[in-house]
Structure formats: structure tokens, C-alpha cells
Write a protein that binds this ligand. Structure first.
Ligand SMILES: [Ca+2]
Ligand SMILES: [Ca+2]
Ligand SMILES: [Ca+2]
Ligand SMILES: [Ca+2]
Length: 492
């Protein structure tokens, strides 16, 4: 009896083994209003489905692989794909979808011989959750929303890997794109490309293939990354970085909005000064706001808050034609490998740099022709405000020391239009800086002109003052008071 049974099983197995392999359809279920497809076979048939509210599940171990065509095509609205298995294409897109409100929840693997996930037509409000085990690899864009259809409000959260061999990890030019990254995004072109009303929150790594960051030594390495490609490029919105962003052109390339590099954040451009595209900025500021939809216009204001580490040819730099107003607050580290840490354009609008906390600046700070301000407020770091100079360039430029009084000045020396200022308490030096083209100096007890301070503090034998300069501070104090009154009346 036992033997007969074993033989029977053996013959069934042999028959199965010898049978021609037929791909299996994914199993249909659900209801007419909420249909489902469940793929269980390691040789599952392609899916091409336009039913609204469809939910597709590709189970762990299941595979939809097509060498020649698209394994998964979806056209309905409110469709969902849960992938725990493998969806792979040979030289086409692994998933192509065209309907609104698509959700892809990926814990498995998606491999695109061309694109990994490509959206077209009506595919606005797309949601992608790539889980910790999720891998989306593609030869070209790993996730691409075609820009000719202006797909809006894509929401992409990544805990795993989204990587492109030759293209971008994520390209989504429609307004309102959000990318939240806890994992790894890699590409060979701009790793993440968006346009207007973009939101980025990065806790992981966004880097060109070939670039890596050593957190222990705070150094990067480049093993053959493509030249002239940004880490993240967008037109407007907000980038909050807690992780690592690395590019060979710029780290973040932006037109207007806000970049907040938090204490753990690293933004690096590995570019070189001889770069033909004039890139190589940790944060690069463009002259024009270039949305996906609507007119190109002069870029609006940009706010940069750095509590972490930003490095590049310039840590922060503007294209030469830039005219926007830039507000920078630094309590982190800004490193300019060219010798200039912040490089604004010749006609940059009224801009400011606030130094606070542990601010460290390696290199010069070069302002443009606007009325610019350096504000020292709540600085806990001591020593040089920058290893280089602060140059206000044209305009009425001022520097404000909020926590110091005139009597804290230890020295104020002028040599070749360069002011060397040191501040301290009881002759012990706390801070020093080298300044060019600043005409007003603010302390707790007022605003003073360069000439006034020179007359009061400079060593007369060492400092030949230009004879024509007036030696009065009263005019400036008057201006300052006037400004306060104006502000007061405006508020009232
Ligand atoms: Ca760039
Ligand atoms: Ca731009
Ligand atoms: Ca640029
Ligand atoms: Ca200026």
C-alpha cells in the first residue's frame, strides 16, 4: 500500500516535470467594483488591465518577467500594486501606468530594462512606497513621470533602493512632487529632478553613482562618477536634508524657495573649479524660475539654513546672472574648496548672512551689488568668523554684532581697504574677521561708520586713513533711528 502511494506520487512528479511550461495568469478575484489580481507563479503572465480600483498583488516568489514587452501595464484610476516578488522587463518599462491615483507599494524587486516605473497621461496623484526590502533598478530613469502630461502631486517615499544605471533615480517635473527618502537614491544623471512646488525630505543617501561619503572622516570619494550632474535639481519649494546629498555639478540646484540642511545633513559638490558649466556648488542658485508649467521669470527669494556640512567649489554659489535675494543662516560648516565659501553673483539682490551657534566658514564670503548684511547673533564658536574675508562689494553693506558693545572692540585696523576687526572681553580675543566694502558696523550701542571706528580704534601709526573721508558716525545713527521709526509707523 505504502509503496503504491509513493510510486503514484513519483509518477505525478515526473509528469509535471516533463510537461511543457505554461505561464500562469494571475488569479482574478474581488468584486466588479473592486477587482483583484493575485500573482503566485514564478512564471506569471503579463498584466494589462484598465479596471478602476484594481488591486494587484505579486506574491513573494512570484515573478512577472518579459524580455520583450512591458510586464505590467495599468490604465484605470485608483489602482494599487503590492509587489513582494519580481517584476522585470528586458528593454522596455517594467511598469507603465496611465491612470490617476495609482499606488505602488513595493517590498520586492522591480527591474526595468528601460524605465522601472513610468507614468503617463492621467497618472497624477501617484503614490510610491518603496519599503526597506524594496529595490527598483532601471537602465534609464528608475521612476519617471513624463513631463509632457504635467503629472501633479506625486508622493514618493523610499526606505529601500531606487537606482538607475544611466539615468535619474526619480524624474517628476509636475508641480507638487514630494520625495521622502530614508534609503538610497542613485543615478547617473541628476539623481532627483523636479520643478515647481517640490518638497524633499532626505534622511538617507542621494548620490550619483560612483560618489560616496565617509561620515567618520568627513570626506568624499569619486570612483568614476559622471561629470556635471546634480544631486537634486528643482525650481521651487523646500528641501530638508538630514542625510547625504552628493553631486558632481551641484549638490542641490534650485531657483527659489528654501533649503534647510539640518545638523546631520551633508551636501557636497565634488565638481572642479574649471567646470565648463560653472557648477560645483554645494547649493547652486539659478537666476530664473523655470517651472514645468507657466512663464519663466526672474527667480524669487531663497532662504538657506545650514546646521550641518556643505562643501563645494563654493559651498553656496549663484550663477553669474542671478539677482535674487538670498538669506543665509549658518550654524554649521561651509567649505569652499576654491577659497570662496559663499559666492554671490555681481548683481545679487539684497542678501544677508547670519552667523550663529557653531558657525564655521572655510573660505571667503563674496556678496553682490545689493545692500548686504552680515549678522553675528548668538555665536558660540570663537576665533575667525571665516578663514577668508567678507566682501560686501557694491551697495550699502553692514555688519551687526548683536551680542557686543563698542567697548568690546580690541582692534580695528584698515590696510588696503581691508578691515581687520577683533572683539573680546578684558583683552582676551573672542572673535575676529576681515572685511572689505562694509560701511556700517552695528553694536548693542549703535551703528558706526568705518571711518568713525578707524578713528577711535585704529593704531594711527599703522593706518593711513584716507583724508577725504568724514569722521562722523552721527549721520548713520540718524539713519538707523529713522529706519526704526519707519518700521514703527508701518506696523501702526
Ligand atoms: Ca547644476
Ligand atoms: Ca534651475
Ligand atoms: Ca544651476
Ligand atoms: Ca553688496
Amino acid at each position: 500500500m505504502k509503496h503504491t502511494h509513493k510510486l503514484l506520487i513519483a509518477s505525478i512528479l515526473t509528469a509535471l516535470y516533463n510537461a511543457p511550461v505554461l505561464a500562469e495568469d494571475c488569479v482574478a478575484g474581488g468584486t466588479t467594483g473592486s477587482p483583484t489580481l493575485t500573482c503566485t507563479s514564478a512564471d506569471s503572465n503579463n498584466i494589462d488591465d484598465k479596471r478602476d480600483n484594481l488591486s494587484v498583488t505579486v506574491e513573494n516568489g512570484a515573478e512577472i518577467v518579459d524580455e520583450k514587452d512591458r510586464p505590467v501595464q495599468l490604465k484605470g484610476s485608483n489602482q494599487t500594486v503590492y509587489n513582494y516578488g519580481l517584476i522585470e522587463s528586458g528593454d522596455d518599462d517594467a511598469i507603465r501606468a496611465k491612470g490617476a491615483n495609482l499606488t505602488i507599494d513595493n517590498s520586492g524587486m522591480i527591474i526595468g530594462g528601460d524605465r522601472g516605473i513610468r507614468l503617463q497621461d492621467k497618472a497624477s496623484n501617484f503614490t510610491l512606497i518603496n519599503r526597506e526590502t524594496g529595490q527598483i533598478f532601471a537602465e534609464n530613469q528608475a521612476v519617471r513621470l513624463d513631463d509632457d502630461t504635467e503629472l501633479k502631486n506625486a508622493h514618493i517615499t523610499n526606505y529601500g533602493q531606487i537606482e538607475s544605471e544611466k539615468g535619474r533615480a526619480i524624474q517628476s517635473r509636475g508641480a507638487g512632487t514630494t520625495v521622502i527618502n530614508y534609503g538610497t537614491l542613485r543615478g547617473n544623471e541628476e539623481v532627483v529632478e523636479a520643478r515647481e512646488d517640490f518638497t524633499l525630505e532626505n534622511h538617507g543617501t542621494i548620490a550619483l553613482n560612483g560618489l560616496s561619503w565617509n561620515a567618520a572622516t568627513k570626506t568624499w570619494t569619486n570612483t568614476g562618477a559622471t561629470d556635471d550632474e546634480d544631486g537634486v535639481q528643482f525650481a521651487s519649494g523646500t528641501a530638508d536634508n538630514y542625510g547625504v546629498i552628493l553631486g558632481t555639478d551641484d549638490g542641490i540646484d534650485i531657483d527659489e524657495g528654501k533649503v534647510h540642511n539640518h545638523a546631520t545633513g551633508v551636501i557636497v559638490s565634488t565638481g572642479t573649479e574649471s567646470d565648463p558649466l560653472n557648477g560645483g556648488n554645494g547649493i547652486d542658485i539659478d537666476p530664473l524660475f523655470e517651472p514645468n508649467v507657466g512663464d519663466v521669470r526672474t527667480a524669487g527669494p531663497l532662504t538657506i539654513i545650514n546646521e550641518g556640512y556643505i562643501e563645494g567649489v563654493h559651498a553656496i554659489g549663484s550663477d553669474d546672472a542671478s539677482t535674487s535675494e538670498v538669506t543665509v543662516t549658518n550654524s554649521g560648516t561651509l567649505v569652499g574648496r576654491s577659497g570662496t565659501a559663499i559666492h554671490f553673483a555681481p548683481n545679487q539682490g539684497n542678501s544677508s548672512l547670519t552667523l550663529t551657534g557653531n558657525s564655521e566658514i572655510i573660505g571667503d564670503v563674496m556678496f553682490g551689488s545689493g545692500d548686504d548684511m552680515v549678522i553675528v547673533d548668538g555665536l558660540t564658536a570663537t576665533g575667525e568668523l571665516s578663514s577668508g574675508i567678507f566682501d560686501g562689494s557694491l551697495g550699502n553693506n553692514s555688519i551687526i554684532f548683536k551680542d557686543f558693545e563698542l567697548s568690546d572692540i580690541l582692534s580695528f585696523e584698515i590696510s588696503d581697504a581691508l578691515v581687520y576687526l577683533s572683539l573680546g572681553v578684558d583683552s582676551g580675543e573672542l572673535l575676529s574677521g576681515k572685511f572689505k566694502n562694509f560701511s556700517s558696523w552695528g553694536f548693542g550701542d549703535g551703528m558706526f561708520s568705518t571711518e568713525y571706528l578707524a578713528s577711535q580704534f585704529a593704531n594711527p601709526s599703522a593706518v593711513p586713513l584716507p583724508a577725504a573721508l568724514p569722521l562722523f558716525a552721527f549721520g548713520l545713527i540718524g539713519m538707523w533711528a529713522g529706519r526704526s521709526r519707519l518700521t514703527g509707523s508701518k506696523a501702526a
